[in-house]
Design a protein around this ligand. Structure first.
Ligand SMILES: *[C@@H]1O[C@H](CO)[C@@H](O)[C@H](O)[C@H]1NC(C)=O
Ligand SMILES: *[C@@H]1O[C@H](CO)[C@@H](O)[C@H](O)[C@H]1NC(C)=O
Ligand SMILES: *[C@@H]1O[C@H](CO)[C@@H](O)[C@H](O)[C@H]1NC(C)=O
Ligand SMILES: *[C@@H]1O[C@H](CO)[C@@H](O)[C@H](O)[C@H]1NC(C)=O
Ligand SMILES: *[C@@H]1O[C@H](CO)[C@@H](O)[C@H](O)[C@H]1NC(C)=O
Ligand SMILES: *[C@@H]1O[C@H](CO)[C@@H](O)[C@H](O)[C@H]1NC(C)=O
Ligand SMILES: *[C@@H]1O[C@H](CO)[C@@H](O)[C@H](O)[C@H]1NC(C)=O
Length: 450
């Protein structure tokens, strides 16, 4: 990951001011938006080696020290490329996406592949269920003899519903723990990330399947997050707290938590037409815009201006933007306030795609005209999300229930790809993996110490 020196970047910015970096963009012209996104998508995949001989499909290079990225970052990237696919209908990357999403499903079709199991949190697993569910929602083609996308997402949700994954006593009884295994750091932490992801999956599964159980479970999770103050009276979404009572809340706000909740709340409102859900949606939308878009451009508030975001944190704005875009589709009445901000974000973000050898790699900090930003898969993915977030979903790729449909754009994924649902590799050793929440946990213990 390369970090621009301030002086160097300023010179860059001066030289290119008004030129919109190396990528030209007319934000109100869908053809221009699609062309810009095609370049950003291509550059995003330059970080991915999983289609090369001897490399593992689905994951970005890592985990540290072998590369910058953790397992869950892969799930984020495929969701981003699927959103781009949905907005443009561009099938170029289908084979890559399909192979990646199927390679990592694991022997039980639940995104628990043995290579990665030992260090896996509920959030990590959910970050792969999300793109599978998106694939189901958009009617993305299922491969013959492979599990349907919907099944994969349902399997993850069902496992996470199980009491074994949850706190069994105290004030936060019933919520999902961050970590799946007791021997991992963070087993006693109950994070918004895991629970908001579960809520998000449940709300969306309810709509896709019509099964009310999903909506009930999602609703119960929302109520509990609310009652514990994870979602404040002002609709701030805090990071988490520790067992047994989850009463000392770590008040850091990360954008993906708000994004996942917002999307789920919009899905709940869409299905119920219930005024309570509408009220939650409207307030959460307003607060999210205030907190994460101070000048109409998305900011990772906890770390961006202080330049303390780690690699993981550079991915989070992507999920925020995806969530807001989807919320706007589910609840068109918020479009008037959300779409202009998504547009100003996309415009500012693409203007920072001026780095790297090709002079168009995207930076992380979009809000300030001259501020510098980190490049990497996270920023690149998030800029792709910024562009996809303003695209209209293509009608051709939506379908009834997404179980095994194709969308008419025959995917090119049958040829050279050989997705395998099973992993043959050795099982996981004792990896010490520090995902996003681990860092947050450190912040949490720091907060406790203060
Ligand atoms: C589809 O994506 C590819 C790869 O990014 C790009 O070369 C091509 O121009 C895109 N097609 C359209 C119509 O944007
Ligand atoms: C609805 O979903 C729940 C939870 O996954 C499941 O137990 C139940 O069998 C489903 N009901 C139907 C009718 O499919
Ligand atoms: C609307 O949703 C809320 C929260 O789930 C619930 O308490 C209320 O009973 C619902 N109202 C109606 C009319 O269904
Ligand atoms: C933008 O620049 C202003 C002034 O230098 C600074 O106060 C602010 O924190 C910056 N915002 C971000 C998101 O970097
Ligand atoms: C529900 O979502 C669909 C898109 O899936 C949208 O067309 C419809 O207008 C939404 N309904 C409401 C009441 O907002
Ligand atoms: C849902 O999928 C099943 C299995 O593919 C199919 O039989 C059914 O017609 C679909 N329902 C809708 C509403 O598309
Ligand atoms: C597991 O690791 C082996 C050995 O590196 C590799 O060949 C295989 O593709 C990996 N599988 C997954 C699901 O990551």
């Amino acid at each position: 990951m390369a970090r621009f020196g301030t002086a160097l970047f300023s010179a860059f910015a001066l030289a290119t001011r008004g030129v919109c970096g190396a990528i030209t963009l007319d934000i109100d012209d869908s053809v221009s938006v699609n062309s810009a996104a095609a370049l950003v998508a291509q550059d995003l995949l330059s970080f991915y080696k999983g289609d090369e001989a001897g490399e593992v499909p689905g994951i970005l290079p890592g985990p540290p020290p072998d590369g910058d990225y953790y397992w869950w970052n892969g799930g984020f990237v495929w969701g981003s490329l699927l959103s781009y696919r949905r907005g443009t209908g561009n099938t170029t990357h289908d084979a890559t996406i399909t192979k990646a999403l199927l390679w990592q499903v694991g022997p039980d079709d639940d995104y628990m592949p043995p290579n990665w199991t030992a260090s896996m949190g509920n959030d990590d697993q959910a970050m792969w269920a999300m793109p599978a569910l998106l694939a189901a929602e958009m009617g993305y083609a299922t491969e013959p003899d492979e599990p349907p996308w919907l099944t994969l997402a349902e399997n993850v949700f069902t496992e996470q519903t199980h009491p074994g994954r949850r706190v069994d006593e105290g004030g936060c009884k019933g919520l999902l723990r961050w970590q799946i295994f007791q021997f991992n750091n963070g087993y006693d932490y109950v994070d918004s990330g895991s629970n908001a992801a579960y809520f998000n999956l449940g709300a969306r599964l309810a709509k896709l399947t019509g099964n009310d159980t999903y909506a009930e479970l999602a609703g119960a999770t929302y109520d509990q997050l609310w009652n514990l103050g994870y979602i404040s009276d002002d609709y701030d979404v805090y990071d988490g707290a520790s067992v047994p009572d989850c009463d000392r809340i770590n008040k850091h706000q990360f954008s993906y938590n708000a994004g996942m909740l917002l999307q789920g709340v919009a899905y709940m409102y869409n299905q119920t037409g219930n005024e309570t859900w509408k009220d939650r949606l409207d307030k959460l939308t307003d607060r999210t815009l205030e907190v994460f878009f101070p000048d109409g451009v998305a900011v990772e508030r906890t770390c961006e201006s202080a330049e303390t975001c780690n690699t993981d944190m550079t991915f989070l704005k992507g999920l925020l933007l995806r969530g807001m875009s989807s919320a706007m589709q589910q609840a068109p009445h918020i479009k008037d306030k959300v779409l202009p901000v998504l547009k100003s974000t996309a415009k500012a973000a693409v203007a920072k795609c001026i780095g790297g050898e090709n002079k168009r790699m995207c930076g992380f900090s979009w809000a300030n005209g001259t501020s510098h930003g980190t490049t990497g898969a996270g920023p690149q993915m998030s800029v792709l999300d910024a562009l996809s977030s303003i695209m209209e979903p293509q009608a051709a790729v939506s379908s009834g229930n997404g179980t095994s449909t194709t969308d008419g754009n025959t995917p090119s994924s049958t040829g050279d790809s050989s997705p395998s649902g099973t992993s043959t590799g050795k099982s996981a050793g004792a990896r010490t993996e520090i995902g996003v929440s681990a860092v947050i946990l450190l912040l949490a213990s720091l907060a406790h110490a203060l």
